[in-house]
Design a protein around this ligand. Structure first.
Ligand SMILES: [Cu+2]
Length: 245
């Protein structure tokens, strides 16, 4: 087997990203995202094979176009690199960013050199990147396990529960008696947060974690809260909290 190029290496990582996305969306039973992920996986696998099989300019150019197109389609996955302790988001984000860099820079370099193989900084660079990806993924899984939080049953008794699921708060509107606690439970595979800006209330809630929100100093009334990661200008992942007597 001939030595693989940086472009091919990047494309393999992008294909893995699409496959991770496919597995996750199928598990979460999200048909729309699963369809996107399935198409991406097939197109990227095909293009990766073409680049591997044909040492020609057209193949290199095709690989470059497919890599850029696939990355643009799911560019939002890149934000996952900021959620270090949320393994699925983090690993997919990392694969996407590193894959895109290798596929693009390697593809352009191969086009300029008019050939596929032996792009400078070859095997050793790719091996180091693979090791770094592996270590980062382990850190992510370890951090996820170490920082997962649950609320004790004694604390939870009588408290009002809001779940975070499918990038929404459920229920979207919740009423809490004065002095009672609010518990936020994230049952998504992604990190969320609870933000009630004006009152300095904030909790980052990782996948599978729960958190107690101390709303005891809120006066009776209605408050709009949101997930800062998945909302913008009051749109998106938002909820309404009512404190009543
Ligand atoms: Cu969120």
């Amino acid at each position: 087997m001939s030595e693989i190029s940086n472009q091919l290496f990047g494309m393999v990582l992008l294909t893995l990203t699409a496959f991770v996305m496919l597995s996750v969306t199928v598990l979460l039973l999200d048909p729309a995202d699963a369809a996107t992920a399935a198409v991406l996986t097939i197109v990227l696998s095909g293009a990766t094979f073409v680049v591997y099989r044909f040492d020609a300019l057209w193949a290199i150019a095709l690989g470059l176009l497919v890599s850029i197109g696939a990355t643009l389609t799911v560019f939002y996955l890149a934000f996952g690199i900021f959620q270090v302790f949320s393994p699925i988001e983090f690993i997919a984000g990392l694969l996407l960013v590193v894959g895109f860099l290798f596929a693009t820079i390697g593809g352009v370099a191969a086009l300029i050199r008019h050939r596929r193989g032996s792009v400078p900084g070859g095997t050793r660079l790719r091996q180091s990147v693979l090791v770094l990806l592996g270590v980062s993924s382990l850190v992510s899984v370890g951090g996820f396990l170490a920082t997962r939080t649950t609320v004790e049953r004694s604390v939870a008794a009588g408290a009002v529960l809001v779940e975070m699921q499918d990038f929404m708060f459920a229920p979207g509107a919740v009423a809490v008696p004065v002095g009672e606690r609010l518990i936020i439970k994230n049952i998504d595979a992604f990190a969320h947060d609870f933000t009630l800006e004006e009152y300095g209330l904030y909790a980052h809630v990782g996948p599978g974690s729960e958190a107690v929100i101390d709303v005891s100093n809120l006066l009776p009334g209605s408050y709009d809260y949101f997930c800062d990661l998945h909302s913008f200008d009051g749109e998106g992942m938002t909820g309404v909290l009512t404190i009543h007597q």
